[in-house]
Design a protein around this ligand. Structure first.
Ligand code: SER
Length: 317
């Protein structure tokens, strides 16, 4: 059977790269990228879509006979703290619309991104277990915990095949993150390649779980491809890529740019980071669908620097 894919939040950090990967897998004419605003840089099908608008979502799902939705639109951890109630409202209403429209129009599979932000300071921060008691410190995290439970509810009650990953901080050269606590780990590469000074909003020793974007996208596709009977977690899977602190990523960058300078000026995002895991136990993802990351910190630094160098050279040229 032909699969037709809808991606919400397709202009976001993950959406941009996920859309390309899904186009390669399913064919350009079977992938509909959507976002709030027009996006001229997309090759392929694109729709302007505000996912808080149930009718608008419904008509796009009907128009393209959508069979799978990747619901990437959300307000992230740091930005969410500036507008807590609005963030709750947007993150929940968009997911409810995706769940309801999927149920009503027989969408077969839904991907819902969760996050390390579901964990709070009550957890054990090293190799944080899958079944930790979830007491998030941000409204974004609260919305993701609720979303995970609604995913499980729709699976149990309506047999809707919702699958989910708790992403670590995602790092890639192709797109910029916006509004997250882990965003520094992308910005630091841009500053290094531009040979500028970097001021970090976290302390140098703050270790967080991170993942290279190619691994994050591959994990998502592998999870969505896995036979349904293998999926034992219907809330959301812990997923690990690598773990590092700002100092460790700076040291990795210094192997290429020995004069790179970083200063540290922690702001409100430090408290968020301090409530998150340092590393993740992803045994279930390994067991159930064979997860294995390819990139460690130095391998990621190499692709980040090579690609950003090529990008900035082409902008200047
Ligand atoms: N990277 C996200 C953030 O920092 C976590 O999901 O908000």
């Amino acid at each position: 059977m032909t699969e037709n894919i809808l991606i919400t939040g397709a202009s976001g950090q993950l959406g941009a790269v996920m859309t390309k990967a899904l186009q390669e897998k399913f064919g350009v004419n079977h992938v509909i990228a959507s976002d709030l605003r027009p996006n001229e840089s997309f090759e392929g099908l694109f729709e302007i879509l505000d996912v808080t608008d149930n009718e608008a979502l419904k008509s796009i799902v009907a128009k393209y006979k959508i069979t799978q939705i990747y619901h990437l639109a959300a307000i992230l951890s740091a930005k969410g703290e500036l507008f807590p109630l609005k963030t709750w409202d947007i993150n929940m209403s968009t997911f409810f619309n995706v769940l309801e429209v999927s149920r009503q129009l027989s969408v077969k599979k839904v991907f819902y991104p969760s996050s390390i932000a579901v964990f709070g300071s009550n957890i054990s921060r090293v190799n944080t277990p899958q079944d930790s008691n979830l007491m998030p410190s941000t409204v974004y995290g609260i919305s993701k915990v609720a979303g995970e439970n609604w995913a499980n509810y729709y699976f149990e009650k309506y047999d809707l095949d919702v699958r989910s990953i708790r992403y670590p901080g995602v790092i890639g050269y192709q797109s910029l993150p916006g509004g997250g606590t882990t965003d520094y780990a992308v910005d630091i590469y841009h500053k290094a390649v531009k040979q500028e000074h970097f001021e970090c909003f976290l302390k140098e020793t703050t270790t967080l779980p991170m993942i290279y974007i190619e691994d994050a996208v591959r994990a998502t596709i592998e999870l969505m491809d896995a036979p349904a009977e293998n999926i034992s977690i219907r809330t959301s899977y812990n997923l690990a890529g690598m773990s590092f602190s700002p100092k460790e990523v700076a040291d990795s960058i210094k192997k290429t740019y020995p004069n790179f300078e970083v200063s540290y000026n922690p702001d409100f995002r430090q408290n968020i980071a301090d409530s998150w895991p340092m590393s993740i136990d992803d045994t279930k993802a390994k067991e159930d669908w064979g997860w294995k990351p390819k990139y460690d910190l130095d391998a990621m630094s190499k692709v980040m620097i090579d690609n950003l160098k090529a990008y900035y050279n082409s902008v200047i040229a």
